[in-house]
Design a protein around this ligand. Structure first.
Ligand code: KIV
Length: 269
């Protein structure tokens, strides 16, 4: 007899069906505890490879490994019940060939229990996106500023400042959509270009430093919570947790030093 558990999470088709509808809410999360909070409000949660920089102090996302993504992906799936969880494929795990991408994407999905993967690149990744989606792996695409290519791009630069380049980004969006991606992240792109692409493609666009007209938005959680020393200009900081944590740690240190630490008969309540 087989045991069936009802699907409670937002599904990939439900996200795809939000094209032109109610804006899609999404954030990154890397741990079970923050993901459980985000889960109450987000349609999908991205376990982004930005965790290399945000959580592990790396200079770019290039050094992030598959095992690291799987470890954080598992934690986020464990901590959530409602949102679709999407896990980033890290640099070097999908570019070589569609077969390599399939092997690594399947490993991510089997080991984390996530519902989809995300990979960076437009036209050049279309064949791989088709290969994965035809074999049961839902893919979110990511175009515009693609941080894994920052060495080629010469840093983290807004794309589309020169209107002559717009056709390249429009072709990227069209090709990943035709290849079967269920949504596209538009990162670091001039506003009118992101709005234009949103009108052109039949799948939802998810903006980050792009346009309010995208079908949804994503931010790095730690950026919007004020936990990072440096935050991109386009990020609205909704929380001021960095100073709040520093205050709390400072007070704790004072209590320890002055031996005014609270004592209690019960060790754990
Ligand atoms: O890795 C990440 O956090 C991302 C978002 C910025 C979209 O890809």
């Amino acid at each position: 007899m087989s045991k069936q558990t009802p699907i409670r999470r937002t599904t990939v088709p439900q996200i795809a069906a939000r094209k032109g509808g109610e804006p899609i809410v999404s954030l990154t999360s890397y741990h079970a505890h923050t993901a459980a909070i985000v889960d109450k409000y987000a349609d999908f949660i991205l376990v982004g490879d930005s965790l290399g920089m945000v959580m592990h102090g790396m200079e770019s996302t290039v050094g992030v490994s598959l095992d690291l993504m799987i470890m954080h992906g598992k934690a986020v799936v464990r901590g959530t019940q409602k949102a679709l969880v999407v896990v980033d494929m890290p640099f070097g795990t999908y570019e070589e060939s569609p077969a390599v991408a399939f092997r690594n994407a399947a490993k991510i999905m089997k080991e984390t229990g996530c519902g989809a993967v995300k990979l960076e690149g437009g036209k050049r990744m279309a064949e791989t996106i088709r290969f994965l989606t035809e074999r049961g792996i839902p893919v979110m695409a990511h175009i515009g500023l693609t941080p894994q290519s920052s060495h080629v791009m010469g840093g983290f630069k807004t794309q589309g400042r020169n209107e002559d380049t717009w056709a390249i980004h429009e072709a990227d969006a069209a090709e990943v959509s035709e290849a079967g991606a269920f949504a596209i992240v538009l990162e670091g792109m001039v506003e009118p270009l992101a709005a234009k692409i949103t009108k052109q493609v039949p799948i939802p666009t998810i903006g980050i430093g792009a346009s309010a007209d995208c079908d949804g938005q994503i931010l790095v959680l730690e950026d919007m919570l004020g936990l990072n020393e440096w935050t991109p200009k386009f990020v609205k900081v909704y929380g001021d947790l960095g100073p709040a944590i520093e205050r709390a740690v400072g007070e704790y240190a004072e209590d320890v030093k002055s031996r005014s630490f609270p004592s209690d008969d019960e060790v754990y309540r």
